[in-house]
Design a protein around this ligand. Sequence first.
Ligand code: GLU
Ligand code: ZN
Length: 299
Amino acid sequence: MPPQSSYIGRFAPSPTGPLHLGSLFTALASFLQARKHQGQWLLRIDDLDTPRLATGATEKIITTLDAYGLHWDGEITYESQWLEHYQNAIERLTQQDIIYPCTCSRKQLKRDRLENPSIKTYPGTCRYHRQSPLSPHSLRIKTPEQSITIDDLLHGQLQQNIHHDIGDFIIKRRDHIFSYQLAVVVSDHRQKITEVVRGIDLLDSTPRQVFLQQRLGFATPNYQHIPIIVDSHGTKLSKQAFSTPVHTHNTRQTLYYLLTQLQQNPPQELSSAPLNELLDWAISSWDIKSLKKITAISL
Ligand code: GLU
Ligand code: ZN
């Protein structure tokens, strides 16, 4: 069925390892949300953080999504092919005089914090240095003394003063890698994403992203932050925590299980239905609002 609405959603995994149950959960929720709206669901590979990339991860992610019937629209995009767009965005921010080089090393910032425990964020050490440093440096953005309000459709309005809570944050790292915050804003804009459905662990990043959208003159998409899956110790499943990859041989059972976890109450008789039947049921009865205000789901 061709897309019939202006809804554009996406799933944007970082290929730092194969999909685990938590990332499949996010993929499924964003897929169902897009399909429910007869919209497009794009697959973007967030592969900028080269030191963390795992060989073969992209292929594994693609195979897993395919095995679960989560078919994306159009071509897969790769952030690594959009470097000039991230650089352009930095140039536009530089013209606004809100970007500055920072030579502080992580070690030095840590030492400063130990000496002065009241320092919780980047203290702005390099904000007023005039010379452009020749030594390795990151680029930071000056954050304003003002609250940014975001309106999450599941969690309501949230305010953050990023200057107080985060401080001037990095938009290009000293290893020349564009930061996640900058890249995600530029990529979502390029792809005309109208709604972002992702894990609540990224809720905290959203005010920074809205701030960047405002500085770059980009529209802000809708945001819905869904619960993350935690293990029995309350730790988020993540590639870093070596959570086990999802299998592709028991897709029906896993999908049924995930729909239960997504509070969709799949009927018992569908537990042995073919995958596409279960997915069709899931699309037609999908209700993201049942995830309202839930922050974590325990395995
Ligand atoms: N690439 C990010 C991750 O895997 C997610 C980006 C996003 O959804 O904003 O955690
Ligand atoms: Zn600095």
